[in-house]
Write a protein that binds this ligand. Structure first.
Ligand code: GLC
Length: 548
């Protein structure tokens, strides 16, 4: 095991984290201001979503200059200060690298679009005729450029043009840029939708949206090995690849040390359990058995192949987990702690997304005017143009919009939740009055203190890193129970995913009279469990260390 495999990563969405300058959006100095808090929490790395220069059409995932800080976030000096101050506290910074595409305002694209024979033309992907692929943000994946009479590919918004990775000059520019940031002292990279960078040369039409052709595409492993050689080899750097619609087999290849590609991978299969027939924009409950099955398959499969999972419930593209798989009303606290327990004892590297450690919930915005996200606004427009009623269009948006996870971090009960002096760029949920850092730091039973304990346990309980994962009771409709087994010892992790009481009978041989027990953590009072038959309270979760 390498040291980073015991670490916990905290994700910051700087726009909504803390505004040092007091303006409507957060900034880098705001992160510096909060480093003591993050150090107290115990995290090892900070992944900041993009703060490089960008027209902010997709909140920074549309970069127009890879070497400059967006003025809304501060200056290069602020960034250097952040790296230095974080490292004084033993914390490393992870930069978000967006290189599947650039903003169309990037000078490369500006040059490329100017004429057919411009040297930068081949930095992007152009065709005389579009194929039928769809953009992940709705509509066609191709945009017509009148000046040169061709279409360019954009798998996301039409202002995010896909780079042509088959062009060696593109790869050389990307690696050069990554070395620049490496030399500035960042400790790692998060690679945005990195499994989409390699497209098939013939761009075939599809009977669905085209993703099967460009996901984990023909040369992706080769390009990532090249990146490893050019940027990572010989340096103490970690990286996590964001993998869109990927497969277990590919993630093993991306992340097993023998491949020399990446440290670990994010995948999203477990977050599609409330997408009926893979449709996101439909309001639906989540399928618990499917959730348990998917997470278990990935534990077993990645372990078998020597891969490494990035573990997460939340990020800036997802609704809040307590609203999604827990209960953001009466049982908010126990369900937030239960979800944290279920995740933090898995093998991999846990990511905590700002505010998750407080049990922050979806804000419940009812009107489209309250939303800011380009994906949400695109979908709303497409639905309304297709004749869908206001109420029907809003129902899935309230449940699934990415803005659910983008509201300001709730620091205290004061104005704007202590996030900024000016009115924030997006609304602050009313529950900031009672869900906030200041209050939870003072309360040792809070969700926040619980996360702090979980983060510390990752270093002290060796089985969390290397124990073999075994799912118990796969068919139980309410409880996820699993073991992490080592030589003569194991962790038993039991999590009840629903309100109400529930009975569960563990398989024979796990809790016997002679088993030695040590309480590790739980969201109700500590206690012994002597019997196979357990009675679980609403959202109850606990972990026992068992030895022969
Ligand atoms: C990733 C980012 C998301 C962004 C998209 C396009 O999925 O997490 O926020 O919109 O890539 O860059």
């Amino acid at each position: 095991m390498q040291d980073w495999q015991r670490s916990v990563i905290y994700q910051i969405y700087p726009k909504s984290f803390y505004s040092h300058g007091g303006q409507a959006t957060g900034d880098l100095l705001g992160v510096v201001d909060k480093l003591d808090y993050l150090h107290w929490l115990g995290v090892d790395y900070l992944w900041l979503t993009p703060f490089l220069r960008s027209p902010q059409r997709d909140n920074g995932y549309d970069i127009s200059d890879y070497y400059a800080i967006d003025p809304s976030y501060g200056t290069m000096a602020d960034c250097e200060l952040l790296i230095t101050e974080a490292s004084k506290r033993g914390i490393k910074l992870m930069l978000d690298i967006v290189v599947n595409h650039t903003s169309i305002e990037h000078p490369w694209f500006q040059a490329a679009r100017s004429s057919l024979d411009n040297p930068y033309r081949d930095f992007y992907i152009w065709r005389d005729q579009p194929n039928n692929w769809e953009s992940k943000f709705g509509g066609s994946a191709w945009e017509y450029e009148a000046q040169t009479g061709q279409y360019y590919l954009h798998l996301f918004d039409h202002t995010q043009a896909d780079l042509n990775w088959d062009n060696p000059q593109v790869r050389a520019e990307v690696f050069k840029m990554m070395r620049f940031w490496r030399d500035k002292g960042v400790g790692g990279f998060r690679l945005d939708v990195i499994n989409l960078i390699s497209k098939p040369a013939d761009f075939p039409d599809d009977h669905t949206d085209g993703r099967r052709f460009y996901t984990d595409g023909p040369n992706v492993h080769r390009y990532l090995q090249e990146m490893h050689r050019e940027v990572f080899e010989g340096f103490d750097l970690i990286n996590v690849g964001e993998m869109s619609s990927t497969s277990l087999e590919h993630c093993v290849r991306y992340s097993c040390p023998a491949s020399r590609e990446l440290s670990m991978t994010f995948n999203f299969h477990h977050l599609k359990v409330d997408y009926p027939n893979l449709q996101k924009w439909v309001r639906a409950d989540f399928d618990f058995l499917e959730l348990k099955r998917i997470l278990s398959d990935w534990q077993v499969g990645m372990q078998a192949g020597d891969g490494w999972n990035a573990l997460f419930w939340c990020n800036h593209d997802q609704p809040r987990v307590v609203s999604r798989f827990g209960d953001d009303g009466e049982y908010r606290e126990p369900s937030a702690k239960m979800l944290a327990t279920a995740l933090h004892f898995l093998q991999g590297t846990p990511f905590v997304y700002q505010g998750e450690e407080l049990g922050m919930s979806n804000p419940g915005f009812e009107h489209i005017e309250q939303y800011r996200d380009v994906e949400t606004l695109n979908i709303y427009r497409l639905k309304r143009n297709a004749g869908v009623s206001e109420a029907e269009a809003m129902a899935p948006i309230m449940q699934k919009s990415r803005d659910n996870g983008r509201t300001p971090m709730q620091w205290n009960a004061g104005p704007n939740a202590g996030f900024s002096r000016a009115e924030p760029w997006i609304g602050v949920p009313a529950n900031a009055a009672f869900i906030n850092v200041e209050q939870q730091q003072q309360d040792p039973t809070s969700v926040l203190h619980y996360y702090r304990q979980l983060i510390a346990l990752r270093r002290s309980e060796a089985l969390i890193q290397d124990g073999v994962y075994r799912l118990l009771l796969p068919e139980h409709p309410h409880v996820w129970a699993y073991l992490r087994e080592g030589q003569g010892e194991r962790l038993l992790v039991v999590s009840h995913f629903y309100g109400g009481d529930c009975e569960v009978e563990l398989p024979e041989g796990i809790l016997t009279d002679s088993t030695k027990q040590r309480w590790v953590i739980g969201n109700y009072e500590a206690g012994e469990h002597r019997y196979r038959r357990l009675r679980l309270r609403p959202y109850e979760s606990f972990v026992l260390h068992l030895s022969d």
